[in-house]
Design a protein around this ligand. Structure first.
Ligand code: ATP
Ligand code: FE
Length: 351
């Protein structure tokens, strides 16, 4: 079937058309310029921009796909979690299109979109282990089906994407910080500043990134106090030290998540990553190496499908459609929408 996907939960207005797993178009209208002066995403500005651009995005996606709206079989839209004004703009647009065409409307959880992306790009059977690392989230999930997720553990404070963005801000690099920190770190020495790796010695898959952020701030201030400012070299070394710490945390906790399932469910042979931080080269490389050493199949979607996009929403919507799911005009925009908040019995063992 032909699915139109719409995404507007953060600072990218996106629309895409998919035929099965074939991406006919994948339009992302970013808002980086609008938020640049504020050092982060301003919800009010984002909501207004989504309301202005969502129709344009949809038209562009249909045009690039060469498909008239009347040929679309279903309309999938991010219904949460995210900045509520933006989510509303997308949901309103999708409802309008569904009402006008009489085609089914399908609300999609943004995180499910990220979490199912490995199946859009690769032949990954259920169940698989997923590390979801994005701007607002960080968790290990067992993905059992398009609507079945079991959380194994995750961050107890900040998400790594947030930490990357904060690091960029502390070092006067532009937003979004992830790609900037990665680029800056290339010239850096990860060994010069040894930043902490919180919770690394604790059992389980939980992670913490807020201490790392604070340590980076202190280290930066110590350098400034000593030398009166930061050189390019200092910046590169700080970025490299920070990125190495995040990479070590994610790799070590991934090793534990894999080990957990090796013992308990030998059927699971794949670790996939998704979310904006999964676009990071050194993090991908570390997970690839880890998986090679544990005979685990590693799947990392292409960069453009890791960060926010509507192809993942169209794909997840298609999977829900296949399961018979339909939403009506009562579909609500949800600022919060956990994928799964049940504590799995499996983790009761305290591993
Ligand atoms: P969520 O999906 O949790 O609601 P979001 O939609 O804002 O949050 P994504 O678009 O999935 O997040 O990811 C954006 C985050 O990914 C930002 O914090 C950004 O800095 C980070 N990011 C993007 N590219 C990279 C990279 N190359 N290295 C590290 N982080 C990156
Ligand atoms: Fe996202």
């Amino acid at each position: 079937p032909l699915i139109l996907g719409i995404e507007s939960s953060c600072d990218d207005t996106a629309a895409a058309v998919l035929r099965g797993r074939e991406i006919l178009s994948n339009v992302v209208l970013g808002q980086t310029d609008l938020h640049a002066a504020f050092g982060g995403v301003v919800p009010e500005i984002a909501a207004r921009a989504h309301a202005e651009k969502v129709d344009i995005g949809v038209e562009q996606a249909l045009a690039e796909a060469g498909v008239p709206l009347s040929a679309i079989d279903a309309i999938a839209v991010t219904a949460g979690p995210g900045l509520i004004g933006g989510v509303l703009a997308g949901v309103m647009c999708a409802k309008g299109l569904a009402a006008a065409t009489g085609k089914p409307l399908i609300g999609v959880n943004h995180l499910a979109g990220h979490a199912l992306t490995p199946r859009l790009t690769d032949d990954v059977p259920f169940p698989y282990l997923l590390l979801l690392v994005s701007g607002g989230h960080c968790q290990f999930l067992l993905v059992r089906g398009p609507e079945a997720f079991t959380r194994l553990g995750g961050t107890i404070d900040d998400a790594p994407g947030e930490a990357f963005d904060k690091t960029a801000r502390l070092l006067a690099l532009p937003q979004p910080g992830g790609p900037q920190v990665e680029r800056c770190a290339r010239a850096g020495d990860p060994g010069r500043f040894r930043l902490p790796r919180p919770l690394l010695d604790r059992p389980g898959c939980d992670m913490s990134f807020s201490g790392l952020k604070t340590a980076l701030l202190r280290t930066r201030d110590a350098v400034i106090a000593e030398k009166g400012g930061l050189t390019e070299r200092d910046r590169a070394d700080l970025c490299a030290g920070f990125q190495a710490a995040v990479t070590d945390i994610l790799a070590e906790k991934s090793r534990r998540a894999i080990a957990l399932y090796d013992a308990e469910r030998p059927a699971i042979r794949t670790l996939a990553v998704a979310g904006g931080v999964a676009a990071n080269g050194p993090i991908r490389a570390a997970l690839q190496t880890l998986c090679a050493g544990t005979e685990t199949h590693f799947v990392a979607p292409p960069l453009a499908l890791c960060t926010d996009n509507a192809a993942m929403i169209a794909y997840a919507g298609g999977e829900r459609l296949r399961l018979g799911h339909r939403d009506g005009m009562t579909l609500a925009a949800r600022p919060r929408w956990p994928l799964d908040d049940r504590a799995p019995a499996l983790l009761g063992s305290g591993k």
